[in-house]
Design a binder for this molecule. Structure first.
Ligand code: ZN
Length: 204
C-alpha cells in the first residue's frame, strides 16, 4: 500500500502543476455558456427564491425525475441529470484512457467538488448574484484533485488536470468555466442543452 500511495503522490504533483493557458487557446470554440432562459425552457425552474446555499428540495420537478448518482472513478460519484452523467462518463473514460496510454494515472487523483446544487451563482469575484447557477439543473460539475482545494480563478495558468480534461469536455459540447474565471467548472453548453431537448434526452 505504501508503494501505491507514493505513486499517487507523484501523480498528484504532476496533475497539480500549473501550465500556461495560452498553450490550450482557443478554448470553448463554437460553444456558449448555458443561458438561464435555455435551462428553464428545457428543464423547468427551481422553486424560487434561492440562496447561495444548496437547497436540493427546490430542484425543478423534471430535474428531480432525471436525477441520478453514478460512480465514475475511484473518488468521484457525482449526482446530476441522467444525460449529463452519461456524457460525463464517456468524457472521463476517454481522458483516463489517454493518460493511461501516456503512463499516467489521472483516475486515482481526480475528484469532483460537486455537481447538482440548487443555488444562486457564487461569482469568483465575490459579488453576490441572483442568477441561477447551472449547477441547479445538475448539468455543471466542479473538479479538484484529491486533498486539494478546487482551482478558482487561476488567471493565465491552469492546473494540468484541467488542461487534460478541457479538450474532452469541449469535444462533448461542454463549456469550460475558465472563460468566466472559474477554472474548476464545466457545464453543458447552451446548444448542447437545446440538442438534448430536441433529441428527447431530457424526458424522464
Ligand atoms: Zn461550478
Amino acid at each position: 500500500m505504501a508503494k501505491k500511495s507514493k505513486v499517487a503522490q507523484g501523480e498528484l504533483a504532476y496533475y497539480a502543476a500549473m501550465v500556461p493557458l495560452q498553450g490550450l487557446l482557443p478554448i470553448n470554440v463554437g460553444l456558449k455558456p448555458a443561458r438561464e432562459e435555455t435551462m428553464i425552457s428545457a428543464l423547468g425552474s427551481p422553486e424560487m427564491p434561492l440562496t447561495i446555499q444548496d437547497q436540493p428540495d427546490r430542484a425543478s420537478p423534471l430535474v428531480k425525475a432525471l436525477k441520478v448518482t453514478e460512480r465514475l472513478s475511484i473518488n468521484a460519484a457525482p449526482t446530476g441529470i441522467k444525460p449529463a452523467i452519461a456524457s460525463l462518463a464517456g468524457i472521463l473514460k476517454d481522458a483516463f484512457a489517454q493518460e493511461d496510454q501516456a503512463g499516467h494515472d489521472l483516475e486515482s487523483v481526480l475528484d469532483d467538488d460537486g455537481m447538482l446544487a440548487v443555488r444562486y451563482r457564487r461569482p469568483t469575484n465575490g459579488h453576490p448574484s441572483t442568477k441561477i447557477s447551472n449547477h441547479s439543473w445538475g448539468t455543471a460539475i466542479d473538479f479538484r484533485l484529491v486533498g486539494h482545494d478546487p482551482p478558482a480563478n487561476t488567471h493565465g495558468m491552469i492546473p494540468r488536470f484541467i488542461a487534460v480534461l478541457l479538450p474532452f469536455f469541449n469535444g462533448a459540447g461542454w463549456y469550460s468555466g475558465i472563460s468566466f474565471s472559474d477554472t474548476m467548472h464545466f457545464e453543458v453548453a447552451d446548444d448542447t442543452i437545446h440538442k438534448w431537448a430536441t433529441d428527447g434526452a431530457l424526458k424522464p
